[in-house]
Design a protein around this ligand. Structure first.
Ligand SMILES: Nc1ncnc2c1ncn2[C@@H]1O[C@H](COP(=O)(O)OP(=O)(O)OP(=O)(O)O)[C@@H](O)[C@H]1O
Ligand SMILES: [Mg+2]
Length: 140
């Protein structure tokens, strides 16, 4: 199997008004194509921190992260749903494409089909406050 991601001695410290917090320390990990990996650990051990760095939403304090392919695409479902409460389910689902100016009729159809697949189609014109926690996660 091909290696897709290499993580070497990755550490992250957060600087807060109460001092420095080491969230992760010297993580080493390789990820291979088609691998299914679970990160398991107690609350606060740094799982989200690591995923945020892999998704380029945050930066490591030290260490290295190498994606083996250019234009590597990452899908990331956040721990909290992060939906905008003033947008409908359909508008939330289209938002990423809209921001990137990549929305086409074909992609709109694709998104509608995904909403059907995840049993959300009948809620597409509702707002997040009308959905259960699990439904919001699926929209995310
Ligand atoms: N933005 C931040 N500023 C300061 N400290 C943070 C920040 N985000 C996370 N931390 C701290 O970093 C550590 C790791 O947090 P993280 O959210 O990565 O844990 P987690 O493993 O995802 O926990 P959980 O299972 O509860 O989701 C914790 O001690 C947390 O308090
Ligand atoms: Mg977390």
């Amino acid at each position: 199997m091909n290696k897709v991601l290499e993580i070497k001695n990755l550490s992250k410290k957060y600087h807060t008004k109460d001092g420095e917090i080491t969230a992760i320390s010297n993580i080493n990990m390789d990820v291979y194509e088609k691998e299914f990996i679970s990160l398991v650990g107690s609350s606060g051990c740094g799982k989200s921190t690591l995923l945020n760095i892999i998704a380029s939403l945050d930066e490591q304090s030290s260490g290295e992260l190498h994606f083996m392919k250019d234009n590597f695409r990452i899908g990331y479902m956040f721990q909290s749903d992060c939906l905008f409460p003033w947008l409908t389910i359909y508008e939330n689902a289209l938002l990423g494409l809209k921001i990137k100016k990549e929305l086409t009729k074909e992609r709109e159809t694709y998104v509608l089909n995904l909403l059907r697949k995840y049993n959300l189609y009948e809620f597409k014109d509702k707002y997040p406050s009308c959905l259960s926690g699990g439904m919001k996660q699926r929209v995310g």
